[in-house]
Design a binder for this molecule. Structure first.
Ligand code: HAM
Length: 458
């Protein structure tokens, strides 16, 4: 078997063989091989998922407050979409895409980001005609074949926001303010907002030439990647993390000093709006972002608590992108937050109580099981989360399980209770119990459970 360049396994006769890419399940010693997840692609286990739910819920609330509406696009798109938008000579397109031909030979890619897809969808569905369709958000997985480490994965998730058709600098500030509002609401502290202006097609070319000249004089000090980049896409050199390239860039020309009048005024206004709202920010003339579609405002939210992965989120203005993808000439701006990085930071500061059931129903005997099953369903319909002692067992073992689950109340139903038409209700915190008529059970728990939930939250 050989491996084709695109990663599809082919038999030596050239046929693609899915079967041959499957390793034998049984080893010679008889043990069964486990199938593991792909490196850099993580399971999100139930113990962590409540963080995700909190982040996603808070994001939706804040985004909708600012008028954003949700859009969902496919995770697979034509490769061309990303090559044309993110830029052929970016790391993402050059090295990090999961790209493969489909059965008809068309090149596809797992999306490495969401902006290009949202712009494509806007154009494809002619959303320009819809007055409500200006601000969009999407939440979901993205894929980049990077070297996995803390905060850097091959499947990761973004909360992505995009706005089309507005070139007012107030919007640039509003987008950043919204990002800060969200981070504040979710309780993230100790991050900084870095901003820059990347100029426009009128002022960037002359800056590029000046930067090329500067890099030409320092070519001997650059890493091989940057030595190549300085010809094809010199701005990318600012992204390089290699120490000697960083040193070689000391004294490099800065984009903010080469802005045309219109870009300089735009940037000044953006800073003015941020200052007007007392939003602290740092102008970072080295920040160029890793995607080519940006112009004018670019920004990142950075932290020093995630090692090398210092960006929690980032974005900027991309006024030419929609036109370049064959759509109307509408300006655009947006950002994305990396959910994994955000949650790593949130977890450093606080713990979040796992969701537990409210009530455990201990069942003793077959007749009690039939009645108990009915009671459980009635409680769940009242919005009370119930776990059941499936399969019965001794009261002691069922109580042990209830204790481990951390419920506030245990309801006990045995043959004796059934004959009396009652159920025993035990308050686990107070270690007290009482008999409640079966007919009143849902009403009684409906009253005590909200109080118990409040108590556990405090
Ligand atoms: P980006 O800076 O490439 O921008 O990604 C945004 C965020 O996604 C990063 O700040 C980081 O938190 C997270 N992220 C990126 N790569 C990884 C990874 N390998 N593992 C974990 N997290 C990662 C964009 O994607 C643009 N589309 C943002 C945008 C929207 N610009 C305008 N509109």
């Amino acid at each position: 078997m050989i491996r084709s360049t695109c990663g599809i396994f082919k038999a030596n006769d050239g046929r693609s063989t899915r079967g041959s890419a499957v390793s034998p399940a049984n080893r010679e010693d008889g043990a069964v091989e486990r199938v593991q997840a792909i490196r850099g692609m993580n399971d999100i286990l139930p113990d962590a998922v409540h963080w995700w739910q909190l982040v996603e819920k808070t994001a939706r609330e804040v985004l909708e407050l600012y008028g954003y509406r949700e859009i969902r696009t496919p995770v697979v798109e034509k490769l061309e979409l990303f090559a044309r938008s993110i830029g052929e000579s970016t790391d993402i397109v050059e090295k990090e895409m999961y790209a493969f031909p489909d059965r008809k030979g068309q090149w596809l890619a797992l999306r490495p980001e969401a902006t290009a897809s949202v712009v494509r969808a806007f154009i494809e569905h002619n959303l320009q005609a819809d007055p409500l369709a200006r601000k969009f958000y999407t939440i979901g997985p993205m894929f980049r074949h990077e070297r996995p480490q803390k905060g850097r994965y091959r499947q990761f998730h973004q909360i992505d926001a995009e706005v089309f058709g507005i070139d007012d600098p107030m919007l640039d500030a509003e987008v950043m303010v919204m990002l800060c509002h969200f981070l504040e609401r979710i309780g993230l502290e100790g991050v900084g907002l870095h901003i820059n202006s990347l100029g426009c097609p009128a002022c960037r070319p002359s800056f590029r030439e000046e930067l090329k000249k500067f890099l030409h004089d320092r070519a001997a000090h650059l890493c091989p990647d940057c030595d190549r980049r300085r010809h094809v896409n010199p701005l990318r050199v600012f992204d390089c993390k290699v120490d000697r390239c960083r040193e070689a860039l000391v004294g490099a020309p800065q984009l903010v000093d080469h802005l045309c009048g219109a870009c300089a005024r735009h940037f000044e206004k953006v800073r003015g709006y941020l200052t007007g709202l007392d939003v602290p920010f740092t102008v970072d003339p080295r920040m160029v972002r890793g995607l080519d579609y940006y112009m004018r405002t670019a920004f990142e939210v950075v932290t020093d608590r995630l090692g090398a992965q210092n960006a929690v989120g980032g974005g900027g203005r991309y006024d030419g992108l929609m036109r370049d993808l064959g759509g109307p000439d509408l300006p655009g701006i947006g950002f994305a937050i990396g959910i994994e990085r955000l949650i790593l930071l949130l977890q450093q500061g606080q713990s979040l109580a796992a969701k537990t059931p409210d009530v455990f129903l201990a069942i003793l005997g077959e007749q009690a099981a039939i009645e108990g099953f009915r009671v459980v369903q009635a409680l769940r319909r009242r919005g009370i989360a119930v776990e059941v002692g499936y399969g019965g067992g001794s009261l002691k073992s069922q109580m042990r399980r209830a204790d481990k689950l951390g419920v506030s109340h245990v309801a006990i139903l045995g043959e004796e209770e059934l004959q009396k038409g009652v159920i025993v209700l035990r308050n686990m915190a107070e270690k007290s119990q009482r008999e409640v008529p079966l007919a009143d059970m849902t009403g009684v728990l409906g009253a005590v459970i909200p109080l118990a939930r409040d108590g556990r939250r405090q």
